[in-house]
Design a protein around this ligand. Structure first.
Ligand code: AMP
Ligand code: GLY
Length: 436
């Protein structure tokens, strides 16, 4: 088979890694890919939002499957384009991708389906939004309705902060048209979890629970990022809690999408807050998470290709879907200055002989053959083990072996989970914080 993976991050490298291991996959292409994906197949110099270019390439090359990684092309309708050209593609069409493209669309769908989520109000006028904020309890959460590259959510500790957020989003339009509508939400306390379901619109399978680490620095300090590390499964999501999430979130959302006449085939990624009152939806994404994918795919026993094809061909109900025992953990190595102003161009050392689970994100190969830093998130060092301790040791060993100027990474990926495991089942050896 011939497969095109659209995207250039650690997620797409991980998808490529899982597909490249499959004997049925003869040729892999990435658009535009990175230095890591170039070792698995061929990088095609097309940007993910170049819908016409991608369609034309597919019409010429006739891939057996296209896997769309990021949200931007899904929300722009790439899967509809490809379907119209008779090319099978994994991911929802534009109508389904509204689940990620519009927070207001999602709130309405959740309300209709009776899915628990934060109470909220929506505004198009700054004066009305201000008046509403003046009467709320704090902290409060201000969200731009549309896509804002993961930055459209501002947690406001005080009314002054909420006012400043409204000024930026609604008046100064720092997120452009994404800020034409804002959502103001109650703040939900608790830990977050990522739950990925893969659905063909009727049936679904659940991937392991995961936890992302969004802030740049240890102890969840500093600005939000695209994600600095993740692990799976997340011990905080017990089997009972996962069953609750399935029943109160995943199943009703799949039904609501179908009732709305939407043919949703792809990933349903629920960002949840595990509050004292139960799991509540923070957001939905219409794609695999990044860096969650880097820890989820190594835990699949069923070949990824079978999962993707069964989804596209609407036969998930017949798929024998199995997960591996054990855990996976990934540590993101970021460029200096990330997330605000990443500095790029440095040569990366230590790549020779690195594990295939060292997933590339912002990397590029220079003309002289050296691999250099080309984006904010550079590499995702991923360890798999029989438990979280082992996975973490392997990931951190890999992270330490890679060198580039200004490399930054968190040292506490997975610590909350290990603390929880320690509390539930104390180990004899006092090494819970080691990471070497
Ligand atoms: P979102 O893009 O909606 O997932 O929001 C980004 C991050 O903001 C989430 O991962 C949470 O950490 C935080 N967040 C969003 N909504 C809320 C909320 N209602 N209460 C508390 N934190 C929130
Ligand atoms: N891990 C966060 C995201 O993929 O949106």
């Amino acid at each position: 088979m011939k497969i095109l993976v659209v995207g250039s991050g650690g997620r797409e490298h991980a998808i490529g890694w899982a597909l490249a291991r499959d004997a049925r996959v003869a040729r892999l292409y990435f658009a535009p890919g990175n230095a890591g994906t170039a070792a698995l197949g061929e990088n095609v110099p097309l940007q993910v939002t170049d819908l016409a270019g991608l369609r034309a390439w597919c019409e010429r090359q006739r891939p057996d499957l296209v896997v769309v990684g990021p949200e931007a092309p899904l929300c722009a309708g790439l899967v509809d384009e490809l379907s119209a050209a008779g090319v099978p593609a994994f991911g929802p069409g534009q109508a389904g991708a509204r689940l990620e493209a519009s927070k207001i669309f999602t709130k309405d769908l959740l309300a209709k389906a009776g899915v628990p989520t934060a109470a909220s109000a929506r505004f198009t006028e700054v004066a009305a939004a201000r008046a509403y904020c003046a009467a709320q309890r704090y902290p409060l959460v201000v969200k731009a309705d549309g896509l804002a590259a993961g930055k459209g959510v501002i947690i406001a500790p005080t009314l002054a902060d909420a006012d400043a957020a409204l000024e930026q989003i609604m008046a100064r339009k720092i997120f452009g048209a994404a800020g034409d509508h804002v959502l103001i939400e109650e703040f939900l306390p608790g830990q977050e979890a990522s739950i990925h379901a893969v659905t063909d619109g009727a049936d679904y399978v659940l991937l392991p629970s995961a936890q992302d680490h969004k802030r740049i620095r240890d102890d969840d300090e500093g600005p939000n990022t695209g994600g600095m590390g993740a692990y799976a499964p997340a011990p905080i999501v017990s089997a009972a809690l996962l069953a609750t999430i399935e029943r109160t979130v995943i199943q009703p959302v799949i039904t609501a999408l179908r009732d709305a006449g939407i043919d949703y085939r792809g990933v349903l990624y629920a960002g949840l807050m595990l509050t004292p009152d139960g799991p509540k939806v923070l957001e939905f994404n219409c794609r695999f998470g990044d860096p969650e994918t880097e820890v989820l795919l190594p835990l699949l026993e069923t070949p990824l290709l079978d999962l993707l094809l069964a989804t596209v061909e609407r036969r998930l109900g017949k798929l024998r879907f199995e997960l591996k025992q054990g855990s996976a953990l990934t540590v993101v190595l970021a460029a200096p200055g990330y997330p605000e102003h990443p500095v790029t161009g440095q040569v990366i050392h230590g790549l020779n002989g690195a594990s295939p689970l060292l997933f590339h994100a912002g990397t590029a190969r220079r003309e002289d053959g050296r691999v250099t830093v080309s984006g904010g998130r550079v590499l995702a060092a991923t360890g798999v083990g029989h438990d979280l301790h082992e996975a973490r040791r392997r990931a951190y060993r890999m992270a330490a072996d890679i060198r580039f100027e200004g490399k930054q990474y968190r040292l506490d990926i997975g610590r909350k989970a290990l603390d929880l495991l320690e509390k539930n089942q104390p180990r004899t050896a006092p090494n819970k914080h080691e990471c070497g």
